[in-house]
Ligand binder design. Sequence first.
Ligand code: 0O2
Length: 221
Amino acid sequence: DARSALRDLQTRLVAFQLKYQFALDQLETKINILREEFEHTHEYSPIEHVRTRLKSMDSLLAKIERTNCPRDLDSVGERIRDIAGVRITCSFVADAYWIADMLTSQPDVTVAEVKDYIVEPKPNGYQSLHLIVQVPVYLSDRTELVYVEVQIRTIAMDFWASLEHKIYYKYEGEIPARLRDELRQAAIVADHLDRTMARLHDEVSHLDGRHDVVRHQRHRD
Ligand code: 0O2
């Protein structure tokens, strides 16, 4: 009857959301292991902060609508790939690529898409390295491959993106031209800061040598 059909739908929806939570838990553990290992062995970690989020039901429904996605869970799972999101912030631009390499070289992490807005920033100035990865979630009776969006960026890029995001929502996507220009300028300043910090860091690293050696070894592997 109608009530049991609704209960069945609710069970499927909760199971659907849960698998994204499991995928996030798994990636978060992977990232924390990298971070702790680095802190332990090198007294330094390229990973500054990690945040995870599940897309809210409201914004998932809005995206289904906006993208004209077929209304079944299989299509939603295949087409909407940012239901689970991880954001990693790091100090230096090189660290973003380094973290991406370390994560994606793990055998159970499959890369589905890469959008490099660091090499090619968005017209508004947005910079970030986006990966869509798939990780296996081991359930009681099956294994599911689940998409997770990983955003990796520097503290400066993150600072910019957080404010731009707030302004964007405040103006419901119609940011006045003057603010848009100032945001674009601020993105250039953030980029300049990233470059200066990297140069200073490289200069000083030569004095103690240690971090650089670790970094170059990883790149060669
Ligand atoms: P929220 O609230 O952070 O989840 P799609 O996600 O497929 O609709 P697209 O353009 O294919 O869109 O994906 P893309 O470019 O990889 O961007 C997805 C996410 O990146 C966004 O998610 C934002 O988190 C972030 N992002 C992309 N562009 C911008 C930008 O110009 N400014 C800021 N501040 N963030 C950006 P959501 O769902 O839009 O937002």
